[in-house]
Every structure is written in structure tokens, then in C-alpha cells.
Design a protein around this ligand. Sequence first.
Ligand SMILES: Cc1cc2nc3c(=O)[nH]c(=O)nc-3n(C[C@H](O)[C@H](O)[C@H](O)COP(=O)(O)OP(=O)(O)OC[C@H]3O[C@@H](n4cnc5c(N)ncnc54)[C@H](O)[C@@H]3O)c2cc1C
Length: 651
Amino acid sequence: MLQNRLRKTLLCSASKLRIYSRRQEQQFHQNGVVAMSFVSFSSFSGGVWGRRRVIRESFVDDDVAFHWGRMRSLCCHPCGNNDNINSEKSGGSKNATTTTTFRRKFTSASSDENEQYSFAIVGSGPAGMYAADKLLHMKNSSSSSSSSSSSSSNNVLIDAKVDVYEKECFPYGLVRFGVAPDHQATKNVTNKFDALLRDERVRLFANVKVGSVGNENDDDGEGLRVSTKELLERYSGVVLAHGAADNDRKLQIENEDTLRGVYGARQFVNWYNGLPSAAPMRNKEMHEDIVDRLQNKKNGSNVVIVGVGNVTLDCARILLRSPEELKETDIASHALEALEKANVNSVTIVGRRSVAQAKFSPKELREVLNLPDLDVQIDDLEVTEEDIEEMNASRPRRRAFEVLEKAKKEGAATKSDGDDAKGGTRKILRVLFLRSPTGLLPEDDISSSPSSLGFVKIRKNILQGPTGNRQATLSNDQVRDETILPCDILIRSVGYVGDKLEPNLVPSDKNGTIVHDGLGRVRYNEDSSASATGRLYVCGWAKRGASGVIATNVQCAEETAEAIKEDILNGLLKPAARILPPPPSNTITASKWFKLDAVERGESDREETEEEDVEEKSESNKKALNVRSRKPRTKIVDRDRALAIVRAAAS
Ligand SMILES: Cc1cc2nc3c(=O)[nH]c(=O)nc-3n(C[C@H](O)[C@H](O)[C@H](O)COP(=O)(O)OP(=O)(O)OC[C@H]3O[C@@H](n4cnc5c(N)ncnc54)[C@H](O)[C@@H]3O)c2cc1C
């Protein structure tokens, strides 16, 4: 009798346990849950995973808290969580075997965790991804040289794990949202980054913003937030790699802030590259304004771009290239549609200083100058002795000058008669050196919408100062040296100001560049509460300012990783098991990113969202088109849509 009762009780408990396990596992896959620990949960104060605008109000999403409540009965030890993300990375199988593995792994803490260093990286751009790579390859070479043990202990890999936090739903920063869509080969670097995200030691938490300061480019409202301080509490160290290109530097000229039609290069690039906050769903006003200006000007639209760097050339090329060619790129669909119907008459590039100081790379210059159906006009290419001296000090600048000189000669030979481009499809590319915009004028003084940009005043400059450091100043003869150009869109491309992450904790200069020791150790203000920790590092554009190409970040990340390694070997950093409360379901983990990636590439057999509608069907068509054409991907430009896709995939 007693035996029977005992048997029944045991059977009942076992079946309950099985049901629990299955449900928990399912929830795990739905939520992308990666780590749970009773100890970490109960000792945790403040909202690590707070929704934006509700910072610290709630600990975790309700569904995740519910999930945790169930997990507690199975797991009451602090445990390493990487195994769980592993099962997710390997496809998140939902069979019974995984359930068992899942339970076992959550209930046993790995002793290795005690010796493991963990790092949070803020930003998944090239700098963040290269930093992750370097941190995983740190070797304990210097300690072994002083040890008397055998040579086998030389170059032992330092056991490190990395979590990458990214505020957007999509990783890789400016590789996705900066590099021009017609430069697909440059984006191949993402294959390396994808491989890194498949590494068991790396986790991605995208759609999570670190810090507390919002900025105009943020798609605020949907994403999650965690503070740098909270990261410092959970990791051996934190690497800031959040870039520096959030806001465009302004020209500080009359009417710049009041007329419609004035955009920063970053805004324009975001628009054609499909950054969710610049897409029509989130910024309808900007989209409609750009479309109107590109399509509805009687004599074709005239675009003026101020600045003489490669981003200027990107913007010019996208405006001047044939839409047929753009179709085979990953340009955002809304931008392609706008450009297909656009009627661009001219693009004018304006540089404050002389050709000797232009930052165009010769290759990119050649590419835009050689576009078909283009009349090229280049002004003020005459060079002085100082110019020659400066160009001789920089081979790329010398080459860029030669490319322009050649184009000018060829342009003169084929120059069209009037100012307007000859024939229906020909466009004008003008390059003006030694000129500055001095003010913007409305389209029509007496029109009903005087707030719309119509003209730009341009004045000649003279260069003053020692060779190598000459500065442009406006000519005093306004009457002689000022001209007024028609201008329907003005794009300023004269540099960026980075977003200040957390001014009280992370000191940065006026450009948003983090103050550091020259290698990448963040220097704190004396009154900073974090000054005692010394565990904050920086790399990439956040460290150097907005300069350098993708490859520049390799060496930069290496330098920062070297500083970190040195600090580990000097005992300044302590191992930490990176135990976190479970992230809410709208965190984009690596496996969710791979799902989105497959959908964008048209490789996924499932892209339906919870509510299949007309938009979904047109997406399916795009997917089919992707396969047929050479288009590398159709970018998802809506955060809600991205989240719906990953939710549907998990269910
Ligand atoms: C328009 C443009 C075009 C370019 N084209 C080229 C090119 O063709 N070839 C080339 O070699 N280089 C190009 N570059 C330069 C190259 O993109 C940079 O060298 C490189 O991206 C800098 O890397 P980063 O990681 O420091 O910054 P970013 O690439 O900007 O990455 C920073 C990442 O951090 C994230 N982030 C920011 N704040 C937070 C936060 N608070 N919390 C969490 N995440 C955050 C951002 O969303 C972003 O993903 C281009 C740059 C621009 C601006």
C-alpha cells in the first residue's frame, strides 16, 4: 500500500517535471533566454534590462519573470550560462534530449568559470567585433616567460568570454548603416563577424542600448537599456566601442535649422541604408521631403554636398548612379523606389579648402567621375606652391589631384553648352574648391511655404597660415566672390559629433570622443564614482574620433586588447562569470540575428510574422526576387517587423 502510494507520487512528480522542463525549454527558445541564476537574481538590484523610457521601473519582462519563477525550482546555483546560448546558437532544437541537457547544464556550475575573464563590449561595429576577436585570442605569454615551469605553459590562451551589446536590432554598425550599398565587397567583412558570433564564447544582445542618453538617431521606445555601471558590476571589464558618428556637425549658417531640405550626411546615409529610425515608418516627414525634392522639381533637382571626404562621394554616387545598378545592391527599398523616379539635374560638391587638403580617396573619386551620362565640371583646381608641398607629403592626396585634373581635362573636351545637363538623362557633377556656404535661402520668398530650401549662398575662401596647417577664411569681397546656387537638398558632410554615453561616468571631449590613456584605458574624472574600478576601455571611433576605415579598427582593437591583457597580468582585472538575469524576449541574440539575416537574404523558408498581411506578402515577393536577381539582401528597415519575425520563428 505504502509502496504503491510512493510509486504514484514519484510517477506524478516525474511527469510534472517533464512537463515543466518542456515548457521551460520552449520558453527558453521563445525568449532567447541565456542565463539564469537564483543568486544573481536575488542579489540583483535595479533594472539591468529596463525598457527604454521605463528605466529601472521593472526588473524584466513579465513573461521572463514568469519563466524565471519556474526555473527556480530547477536551478538554485550560480551557473555559467554560455552552454545555454550554445544550444540556441546550434539551432535551438526542441527535442527531449535538449531538454535533459538544458536541465543538467543549468544545475551544475562549471569550475572553469572561476578562472574566466568576461567582457562586455558596447557596440557591434567593426571596433567592437575586432575587440571581441582580440580578447578571445589574448595569450598569457609574459607570465610564462617569468615562470620556471615547462615551455608548454608558454602562450597559454587567457580564458575569456565576451558579450556584445548593440542598440540597434541589427549588428555591425556602419558596415550595415554607413558603407554605401554599391560597395558590397566592403561588407564582406561581416562574414568574419558572423563567424565570431557563432563562437561559443561570444553572445550578442542587440536591441539593447547601453547608457542613459538618447539622441535624435535613436529608434527610442522599443529597445532595452542597461547602464555602463551595471555592466561593470557583472564583467571583468567593459569595452566601449559605440562609434562616433551619431550626429552630423553643423555648418552654423543662416537658416540651416529652419529650412526644410537640409540634411546631415549621416541622416541621408541612414535613409538610403535603411536605419530603422530613418525609415519611412519612423521618419515619414524626412522620407516624404527627400522624395518630393528628388522627384518633383520642374527642372530637375539640384543637390549641394558640403565637404570633401569619401562620405560626400558616397552620397554623390548614390544620387548619380543609375537605379538599374542600385537594384543589385542592398540599398533600402524605400530609397531605391525614390531614386528610380528621381530627376536629379546636378550634384555640387563644395570644399572649404583647396584640392591639396581634400580627403577624397583616389579610387572613390575615379568611381564617381567615371559614372556614365555625367558632365563633370571642376572649379579652382589651380595649385599653388604650398598646395604642391602639401600634396607631396601625402600620396593619396597627390593621386586624388591627378584624378581630378584628368577629369577636368576630359570634362572640358566634352563640356555641354549650358549650365543644365545635356539631354534627358545626363546629369552634372560639379566640384568647387575654396568655397564655403554662407547662408541658405528659401525656395520662393512669396510662396506659401517659404520654409523650403531653394538656394545656397557660396563665397570664395582664401587660405591662411603655415603650409601644412592652412585654414580657410572667407574672402572679404562679398559682391565679387559670392554666388547663389539653386539648391533643393543640402547635405552637410563635414564630420560628426558622437553621442555622449553617460557623461557622469564616461568622460568625453566635446566631439563625444572618450578620454583615454593613449592605449584605450578610459581616464576618469576625479570625482567619478567609477574611478576606483579602472576597468573601462575604449576602441574604434569612440576612441579615435570619426576617422579611419574599417581596417583601421583592427589595430586599434589590438591596442586596446593589449592594454586589457596587461591589466589582467598585473592583477588589475578579476575573473567574472558574466551571470545575468534572463534578457527579455525582444533582445536580438546571435541566433535571432542569423534568422533575420536569412530572411533578408531570401534564404529562409519561414519569414511570416504573427499577423500575415499584405506587407508580409510583398516581402515574400521581395524574397523571391532576391533569389532571382543579384541583390544581396532586402534589408528589414522596421524594428517592429524584425522583432515580429524572430518571435514568429521562435514559436
Ligand atoms: C557613411 C560612412 C561610410 C563609410 N564607408 C566606409 C567604407 O566604404 N569602407 C571603409 O573601410 N570604411 C568606411 N567607413 C568607416 C567605417 O565605417 C568606420 O571606420 C567604422 O565603422 C568605425 O567602427 P566603430 O565600431 O568604431 O563604429 P560604428 O561602426 O559606428 O559602430 C558602433 C556601434 O555601436 C552601436 N552603439 C552606439 N551607441 C550605443 C549604445 N549606447 N549602446 C549600444 N550600442 C551602441 C552602434 O549602433 C553601432 O552599431 C564609413 C563611415 C561612414 C560614416
